[in-house]
Structures are given as structure tokens and as C-alpha cells.
Design a protein around this ligand. Structure first.
Ligand code: BJW
Ligand code: ZN
Length: 250
């Protein structure tokens, strides 16, 4: 049996044990322990690659081959990795906490692969494609960057990802904002909270009275507002927090 090393407050244990309305916002950090690189920070993708050349619509139209090479490389990487203890703990929590909702900025599908249901995807999904003109979904797994397939309407196929300057899927962001505004407990996990509008969700929840918990080894813009901070990797903190809640006898 594991001896818990993290200190979990009584308030958090009570909120978890009473099945409070809970929203979990995740970012790239939750998948770091699976081997998926984050974006910012010293080992982040944006430290090695320029987002303006890869993650905007104009970059895609200017150089679709380069952008598809980048996404095919990321797809291949994500196909090889597995959900980690953090994803698995959240899927476990979701089985007991009927009011828990995961909102992710990640495009890697790892929450779903760990067994989470009803995940709100704010920034799309790297496994899907759509047409640049009519947005029709197009089910091609392998895209040859030298020979990018076309939609029936003649438009190029692009990854179904939200690039900088593009609007988020309306239903996803509106639902996430509503859920955050009525949450009693909000977890911000593995996100630098630098990209909007996702970065507003913890603040929306806090303003509406939610208890705000952050799990991140490094401080972020959210840290000063948080009621409780676990400065640890998510794959270490989450199973221990959950074990404290379910194992607590009074
Ligand atoms: C761990 C860990 C472990 C590590 N455990 N933790 C000024 C200029 C230009 C634009 C803007 C501007 N001000 C605002 C904007 C808008 C812009 C924006 O926010 N820019 C800011 C960067 C300034 N936002 C947008 O453009 C959005 N759209 C929009 O606003 O539309 C408006 C509109 C309306 C109507 C019409 C038209 C437009 C879209 C944002 C899309 C974001 N897309 C990306 C890339 C997708 C492509 C791809 O995947 O290839 O999404 S950017 C990238 O950042 C990715 C992520 O989802 C997102 C968030 O990053 P995340 O998840 O927080 O990761 P990191 O790396 O930042 O942080 C990881 C954290 O984990 C760190 O804190 C670590 O410490 C931690 N960590 N190990 C726990 N084991
Ligand atoms: Zn089309």
C-alpha cells in the first residue's frame, strides 16, 4: 500500500468526497510523463520550432508540405505513447465523481484512451482532418506531405487543430465557460495558462467562488490565485490526491 507523500487539505478532501461539481482543465504538462513534449519552457516545442511557421493558417497556406510534415511527425509520436498515471487517475475519478468534467487543450486523445468520457476538446484533435474550405471532416490517417489529398470541393486537407488566431469550436468553449462558472472545485493541471481563451477558465471559476487547485511543478500565472498548489508532476500528484480522498475515513 502507498503511503501518501502529498499533503491534501481537509477542504479538498471534503469537496472530492461530497461529489462537488468539478471541472478539470488540462494542458500539455499532463501528457509530458507519457513522452509528449510540452510547448513552452526549456524542453518545449516552441523553443525549437517557430509557431508562426507551423501553427497558423497563413503558415499552412504558404507551406502546406512543411506543416503536414510537422503534424505527421507529431501523429506518429502520439500513436506510440500511452496514457500515464495522471490520465488514469482522472478517468478513475470520473467513475466516482458524477459531476466531474474534463476540459482539455490537448489534441493527443490520451484522456479518451485512458477511459475518460465527455472530454471537451478546446483545441481540436490531431487524429482528425478537415477541409480548409468547407470544414468537412476527412478520414485519412496517413497524409503524404508531398501529395496532400483534396476534399470533394477542391479544398486542401488540414489537421483539425485550432491554430493561433483561429476561433475555438463554439460549443466547446461555451460549454467550458458555463461549466467553469458553476464549478465548486476547479483543477488547473499541466498548463502554463498563457493561451486564451482557455487561460480564462480558472479565473472564471475562481471569480464564481470555486476552490481552485493547481497541479504543476512550476509556477504559472494561475499560482497566485490558487487555493491549493501541488508543485509536482501530475502523474505523481493526482493518484495520491485521489487516494487521500477515497481512503479518508472521517
Ligand atoms: C507539467 C508537467 C507534469 C510540465 N505535470 N505539469 C497577442 C498576440 C497574438 C495572439 C493573441 C494575443 N493575445 C491573445 C491572443 C490570442 C491567442 C493567445 O492566447 N495568444 C497568447 C499566446 C498570447 N489565442 C488564440 O489565437 C486562440 N484563438 C483565439 O483567440 O481566437 C479569437 C478569434 C475569435 C473570432 C475569430 C477569430 C479569432 C487560439 C489558440 C490556439 C492554441 N493552439 C495551440 C497549438 C495547436 C497546434 C499544435 O498543437 O500543433 O495549442 S498553442 C499551444 O498552446 C497548444 C496548447 O493547447 C496551448 C496551451 O499550452 P499548454 O497546454 O498550457 O502547454 P505549455 O507548454 O504552455 O505549458 C505546459 C505546462 O505544463 C508548464 O506550465 C509546465 O510547467 C507544466 N508541466 N511537466 C504537470 N509532469
Ligand atoms: Zn471541402
Amino acid at each position: 500500500m502507498n503511503i501518501s507523500a502529498v499533503q491534501v487539505s481537509k477542504s479538498l478532501i471534503e469537496l472530492l468526497r461530497s461529489d462537488s461539481k468539478t471541472v478539470v482543465l488540462t494542458g500539455a504538462g499532463i501528457s509530458a510523463e507519457s513522452g509528449v513534449p510540452t510547448f513552452r519552457g526549456k524542453d518545449g516545442l516552441w523553443n525549437k520550432f517557430d509557431p508562426r511557421e507551423l501553427a497558423t493558417f497563413s503558415a499552412f497556406m504558404a507551406n502546406p508540405k512543411l506543416v503536414w510534415e510537422w503534424y505527421q511527425f507529431r501523429r506518429d509520436l502520439i500513436d506510440k505513447v500511452m496514457p500515464n498515471q495522471g490520465h488514469i487517475a482522472l478517468a478513475e475519478m470520473e467513475k466516482s465523481l458524477k459531476q466531474l468534467r474534463i476540459v482539455t487543450q490537448n489534441v493527443d486523445n490520451l484522456h479518451q484512451r485512458a477511459g475518460s468520457r465527455g472530454v471537451i476538446e478546446l483545441h481540436g484533435n490531431i487524429a482528425r482532418n478537415k477541409c480548409v474550405n468547407c470544414s468537412a471532416p476527412i478520414a485519412e490517417r496517413e497524409i503524404d506531405p508531398d501529395n496532400i489529398p483534396l476534399c470533394e470541393c477542391g479544398g486542401k486537407i488540414r489537421p483539425d487543430i485550432v491554430w493561433f488566431g483561429e476561433p475555438l469550436p463554439v460549443e466547446a468553449i461555451e460549454t467550458a465557460q458555463q461549466e467553469s462558472a458553476s464549478a465548486e472545485l476547479f483543477f488547473s493541471i499541466g498548463t502554463s495558462a498563457e493561451v486564451y481563451p482557455a487561460a480564462d477558465l480558472p479565473r472564471i471559476a475562481k471569480r464564481a467562488g470555486a476552490y481552485l487547485v493547481e497541479i504543476n511543478p512550476d509556477p504559472t500565472a494561475i499560482t497566485p490565485y490558487a487555493d491549493e498548489v501541488f508543485a509536482l508532476p501530475a502523474g505523481e500528484a493526482l493518484p495520491q490526491i485521489w487516494q487521500c480522498a477515497v481512503g479518508h475515513s472521517n
